[in-house]
Design a protein around this ligand. Structure first.
Ligand SMILES: [Zn+2]
Length: 236
């Protein structure tokens, strides 16, 4: 195990946060800062995450640090082992990647088709806002935005699954948290700008209640998304 203080390896995000929120950063902000560092690999896979060092780094007690790490563990980004504390999860392998996309391709186009018939004006507005935020983050294209972009991408897909009205499918998908893991691999501006325009196509289909177009747009988006990220995957 590395004896290096975790604090030294944390990103500018965390440092900036610390300066900005020197008093008491909230639990969500600690989570966001750690998520950004994990997704951008500034905290490398396998790195030990010392609760004590993080508490000192953020200037808080261990409680909000543990809460953030447990939330990240539930999302598959952090591992907790008996007696050895928390560490950054290893990157998922090629098989996991392909299985994940194959599963999404089975489920999500159908959910998009169902969502087209059921989306309310409020749903459309919420999806538009997510698209707008992702577009802004993609334009800025800063490493500090990794986490925020991935979170909104998750939220966009999760919202469509919820609109479709199948709670079991929505929960199964939310457990994958694939975007979070995928975006940890590499970051490239084209990944996000292309994803934004694909989301907008899908949104158009939902807005016009065109189930067939929504199914096709989701299937296309997932296919392109898989093709964009696959080259970065380390083979098992
Ligand atoms: Zn997406």
């Amino acid at each position: 195990m590395s004896a290096k203080p975790v604090g030294q390896q944390l990103s500018s995000t965390a440092s900036a946060l610390r300066e900005k929120q020197a008093a008491h950063p909230l639990g969500d902000e600690i989570y966001d800062a750690l998520l950004a560092d994990l997704i951008s690999l500034r905290i490398p896979p396998g790195e030990r995450l010392s609760v004590d060092a993080l508490a000192r780094h953020f200037g808080v007690s261990q409680t909000p640090i543990r809460a953030a790490l447990i939330r990240l563990e539930s999302e598959g980004l952090v591992l907790q082992k008996f007696n050895s504390g928390f560490s950054a999860a290893p990157l998922p392998g090629g098989d996991h990647f392909r299985d994940t996309y194959a599963f999404r391709a089975m489920i999500e186009p159908e959910l998009a088709g169902l969502a087209a018939a059921r989306a309310t004006p409020e749903d459309i507005t919420a999806l538009e806002e997510l698209c707008h935020e992702m577009s802004r983050l993609a334009e800025e294209s800063r490493p500090d935005n990794f986490g925020s972009f991935a979170e909104r991408d998750n939220a966009f897909h999760a919202r469509i699954a919820q609109i479709a009205g199948n709670q079991v499918a929505a929960e199964a998908l939310s457990r994958l948290y694939i975007h979070s893991n995928l975006f940890r691999l590499r970051y490239h501006a084209t990944i996000t700008t292309s994803a934004v325009s694909e989301h907008l196509e899908l949104l158009d289909a939902l807005r016009s209640k065109d189930a067939a177009a929504a199914r096709e747009a989701m299937a296309r988006h997932l296919g392109h998304s898989r093709d964009r990220v696959e080259p970065f995957f380390i083979e098992d």
